[in-house]
Each structure stands twice: as structure tokens, then as C-alpha cells.
Design a protein around this ligand. Structure first.
Ligand code: HSE
Length: 452
């Protein structure tokens, strides 16, 4: 058997500790699969004394990840620090420059600097592996980089953030508050160190930027992604969706159009009968539409120590076997610049929720604003009462003493520009309290709905 592959692990949070535990537990089987042992030899973290439930005394300790990244006796630098700058960035650069392979779970870093880091890896003839950066335990990077090499991808989309899916599922199924569900997701080790990255949709956008690059052979461009998180979703939205036969999911979607590649992250209503609607809790799902294979959907745990460690170790195993693939699936010189296609058309229509003042002409005004933009309504439901979870209060601009009535509308297909203009016109007419709520509907998420 060959010499051991020696690892330096930087960052000993939920994932770092799980990686060490996994290698302890499965070291023997890993060695036999890879033809050589895989050994952690050094670790680095901010706090040396914190109890992480694993014995660290057997490893060399480094206060400074940059120093460990260049240490003579490590072959692979495993970066689990997180963040798109600071020690995560400097240590990854140091490791690649020193000719060490890097394995990382850091989607923020790669979404921002992936192309540049891939170039650095190429220049030093080392690997930059990041299976754990997208959808936790789901092997989507390997699938796109290797298994689908013979296909042209037209669309890649999915549920990419375990924390958001966990929150939306528990709010729907157990009627818990957003805050309770988020606290539980943090306790279970699903959320980012700063959970606003999860609920604001940024984490999904980082993962989508990487998926786009792998799927379409282009450079990453996270700033071009249309982004809405789940912070505005209320129990009332979830209940209304449920009554209409939908579930709300935070989706990341990238698709090729005639004008370029459209990338968007937003809450989406999907029919309860669709496969994606049934992805619950911390599970993620990634669907890929291709020319030769058709559609495939990969489902699995998207966050948490064990699932993420599984992907980190898969990357390490590739290195132990000597398998090297270009980080973004092809040499950096072969990547096309990212060409942005704007969100123009959305095939599934829109869900609109308004709090309408109870006075004559209010409905007629709303209908006129919609008609002015040629938007047809599939259904309008006026409730006599507020949804059980949310009784809106009268806004300061109210012209009636009666409380506003919740009104739900479903539109037929229209354009992003028209629906936004219609809703702005409705808000300007002062017939509603607060701002309209709008959620996009994907009626056939599994069918692929790319539109130019
Ligand atoms: N915070 C992330 C999530 C972790 O909830 O999906 C996995 O990337």
C-alpha cells in the first residue's frame, strides 16, 4: 500500500469535527477503497480549548491556518473555516500556491473567487475540490463535472438550502413560527454562522453560481443573480398556497435562454403533486435537464455535519486515488464569460396577496391596473376574515374604518415587468394596506420551463 495521504483540517466547527469523526470511523474502509490510508495530521481553529467531542491531542495544532496550509507534512489542505475573505481566502490561496491540493465546503469563497482560485490550482498542478459546497451531501459536483460530461445542459434548478427548506416545511406542517424554526435549524447545525445568508437567499445564490458554471461551462457571476430570500414569507402565504394546492419552496434556477443564462433565486409555489414539493425538511434536491439524458433529480440531506462530511471525504478519496479533474469541469481558459439573460417571462403565473380596503370601487381599481398591463386573472378569492395566523391592521392611509380584507389572486402567464408595473400601480392607488405580496408559480417544475 502507498504512503498515507496527509490532511490538515482548518476549521473545527460542526463540519470539521464530523470529518475527523468520519475518518476515525471509516479509516480502514477508506484505505482499502483508495489503496492508501487517509490520515489527519494537523488541525487549526480559533479556539484550541473548546470541546468538540473528538480527540485533537494526536494532531499537530496550528493557531494560524495560513501556516498549516504550507506545512511540509500535509498533502491536502481541508478548508472548513467559511467566509469569502479573511483566513478562509488567504489560507486557500497559500495552500494552492504551495502546491497542496485543497478540499473545501466554502461556497461563498468559490462563488466570488472560484475562477481565480481554479486558475491558481491549475498553475500549481493541484486540485481544488468542493463537493460539499453545493447541496451538502448530494454528489452534484461530481455528477456535473464527470457523469454528465457528454450532455448539454439546458437547465439546472433545485432546493439548495437546507435551513430554508427546514423552516418552510415546519412552518407548514407544524404551524411553528419562522423564528422558532430558524432557532431549531441553528441548533441542529444546518444554518450558516450568520443565518441571514440562509434566509436572505445568499447561500442559495452562492451555490447556484457554482452550479451555473459547472452546468454551462461559464465563469461564475453571483452578482447577476436575481435574489429574494424567504424572510417575507408568512404563515398566511403558506396557508393560502396550501388551500390552492401549492407548497412554497426556495428555488435556485439557472437556465439557458436565447439571450444568455438566466439565474434566479426566489420563493416559488410548486404544485403539491410535483416531486420538488415533496422534498421536506433539511433535504435538498437538484434537477438537471440535459439533451441526451433528459432530466435527472438528485435528492439528499443538504446541510448538517454528517452529510457535509460525507462530501468532504468523497473529495479526499478522489485525491487519495490520484483522480484529478479541472475544478470547474474544464480548464479556466475554456470557460466562457457569463452572459446574463434578464428575467423576462415566467411561465407559471403569479400568486398575489393584497390587503384591500373595504370600500366601493377598490376591486374595480385593482382589476383595471391588471387589465392595463394585459394581465388575465385565473382566480380571485376575497376572504371574509384574515387567515388564522395573520390579521392585518389598518394602515395609516386607510380611508375606511373597516379592516382591510385579504384578497388572493392567481394570474395567468405574464412578464416580470408587467406584473411589477401592475402591482406598483395598485399600491399607488391607495386601495390596499401595505405592499402587495407576490410569489412566482412554477406549475410544472419537473418539465423544464426555459423561456427567452
Ligand atoms: N447553511 C447551509 C444550508 C449549509 O442550510 O443549506 C449547507 O450548505
Amino acid at each position: 500500500m502507498q504512503d498515507a495521504l496527509r490532511l490538515g483540517v482548518a476549521g473545527l466547527g460542526t463540519v470539521g469535527a464530523s470529518v475527523i469523526r468520519l475518518i476515525d470511523e471509516h479509516g480502514k474502509s477508506l484505505a482499502s477503497r483508495c489503496g492508501r490510508p487517509v490520515e489527519v495530521v494537523a488541525v487549526s481553529a480559533r479556539n484550541r480549548t473548546r470541546d468538540r467531542g473528538v480527540d485533537l491531542a494526536r494532531f499537530a495544532w496550528y493557531d494560524d491556518a495560513d501556516t498549516m496550509a504550507c506545512a511540509q507534512d500535509i498533502d491536502v489542505f481541508v478548508e472548513l473555516i467559511g467566509g469569502d475573505e479573511g483566513p478562509a481566502e488567504t489560507s486557500v490561496r497559500a495552500a494552492l500556491s504551495a502546491g497542496k491540493h485543497v478540499v473545501t465546503a466554502n461556497k461563498a469563497l468559490l462563488a466570488r473567487h472560484g475562477v481565480e482560485l481554479a486558475k491558481l490550482a491549475e498553475a500549481n498542478n493541484v486540485s481544488l475540490n468542493f463537493e460539499a459546497a453545493i447541496a451538502g451531501g448530494i454528489p452534484i459536483v461530481k455528477t456535473l463535472r464527470e457523469s454528465l460530461a457528454g450532455n448539454a445542459v439546458s437547465r439546472v434548478y433545485g432546493i439548495l438550502n437546507g435551513t430554508c427548506n427546514y423552516i418552510l416545511t415546519r412552518m407548514e406542517k407544524e404551524g411553528l413560527s419562522f423564528e422558532e424554526c430558524l432557532a431549531e435549524a441553528q441548533r441542529l447545525g444546518y444554518a450558516e454562522a450568520d443565518p441571514t445568508f440562509d434566509i436572505g437567499g445568499h447561500d442559495t445564490a452562492h451555490k447556484l453560481a457554482l452550479l451555473t458554471s459547472l452546468a454551462f461551462g461559464c465563469e461564475t457571476d453571483v452578482d447577476s443573480i436575481y435574489l429574494e430570500g424567504i424572510t417575507e414569507i408568512t404563515t398566511a402565504d403558506i396557508e393560502a398556497a396550501d388551500e390552492l394546492g401549492y407548497r412554497i419552496k426556495l428555488l435556485g434556477i439557472a437556465q439557458r435562454t436565447e439571450t444568455g443564462i438566466e439565474q434566479r433565486v426566489h420563493p416559488t409555489m410548486v404544485p403539491k403533486s410535483s416531486a420538488i414539493a415533496r422534498i421536506d425538511g433539511v433535504l435538498n434536491a437538484v434537477a438537471v435537464n440535459t439533451d441526451y439524458l433528459g432530466e435527472i433529480v438528485l435528492v439528499g440531506p443538504g446541510a448538517g455535519g454528517k452529510a457535509t462530511a460525507s462530501s468532504v471525504v468523497a473529495d479526499i478519496a478522489d485525491l487519495a486515488r490520484g483522480d484529478m479533474v479541472a475544478p470547474l469541469g474544464r480548464p479556466v481558459s475554456e470557460l466562457e464569460p457569463y452572459t446574463r439573460a434578464r428575467m423576462r417571462r415566467h411561465e407559471g403565473g403569479y400568486f398575489i396577496r393584497l390587503s384591500v380596503y373595504d370600500r366601493p370601487g377598490a376591486f374595480a381599481t385593482i382589476a383595471r391596473c391588471m387589465a392595463d398591463k394585459n394581465i388575465s386573472l385565473e382566480s380571485i378569492v376575497q376572504r371574509r376574515r384574515a387567515p388564522r395566523s395573520e390579521a392585518p391592521e389598518l394602515g395609516s392611509g386607510a380611508k375606511s374604518s373597516a379592516p382591510p380584507q385579504p384578497v388572493i389572486m392567481i394570474t395567468y402567464e405574464t412578464t416580470e415587468a408587467d406584473i411589477k408595473a401592475a402591482l406598483e400601480a395598485i399600491a399607488n392607488e391607495k386601495v390596499i394596506d401595505g405592499q402587495p405580496r407576490m410569489i412566482r408559480i412554477e406549475r410544472k417544475p419537473e418539465a423544464g420551463t426555459a423561456q427567452g
